[in-house]
Design a protein around this ligand. Structure first.
Ligand code: AMP
Length: 116
């Protein structure tokens, strides 16, 4: 695992541009730069300790619950409250940033917007 801060950590610390649309004590949300749905948000724990959802769920289920709560709140604020939650897990599944994050896809979804 790289010691370099992830792109998400650098956005959180203001070192890279990014549209942070919500923040709680432990979690923040970004608008995805390459949206695959009318609403495409990323929900990210502030800690960089977990590279994917399996590590997160095993170590800190309460933090995962915080992420899902924020996903639900933002789906109400940015769409009709209904949403798809995607955790790409591993490079062959499409994960490119190894700082765990959930994709929130909402709006009129097609089956093509399965991934993030
Ligand atoms: P994944 O491929 O599941 O690891 O998701 C990484 C996501 O981060 C992709 O959907 C990218 O479009 C998104 N992304 C990369 N750079 C940025 C950025 N600077 N601001 C917002 N989203 C980004």
């Amino acid at each position: 695992m790289s010691d370099e801060p992830s792109i998400f950590t650098r956005i959180l610390h203001g070192e890279l541009p990014g549209e942070i649309i919500a923040e709680t004590e432990h979690v923040f949300a970004l608008r995805d730069i390459a949206p695959k749905a009318p609403v495409h948000l990323l929900i990210i724990p502030k800690t960089p300790d977990y590279r994917d959802v399996t590590e997160l769920a095993a170590a800190d289920p309460a933090l995962m619950a915080d992420m899902i709560a924020l996903a639900g709140r933002l789906a109400h604020e940015h769409a009709d409250g209904e949403f798809r939650l995607v955790f790409n897990t591993g490079a062959s599944a499409g994960q490119t940033v190894f700082h765990v994050h959930a994709h929130v896809l909402a709006g009129e979804l097609s089956e093509k917007s399965l991934g993030g």
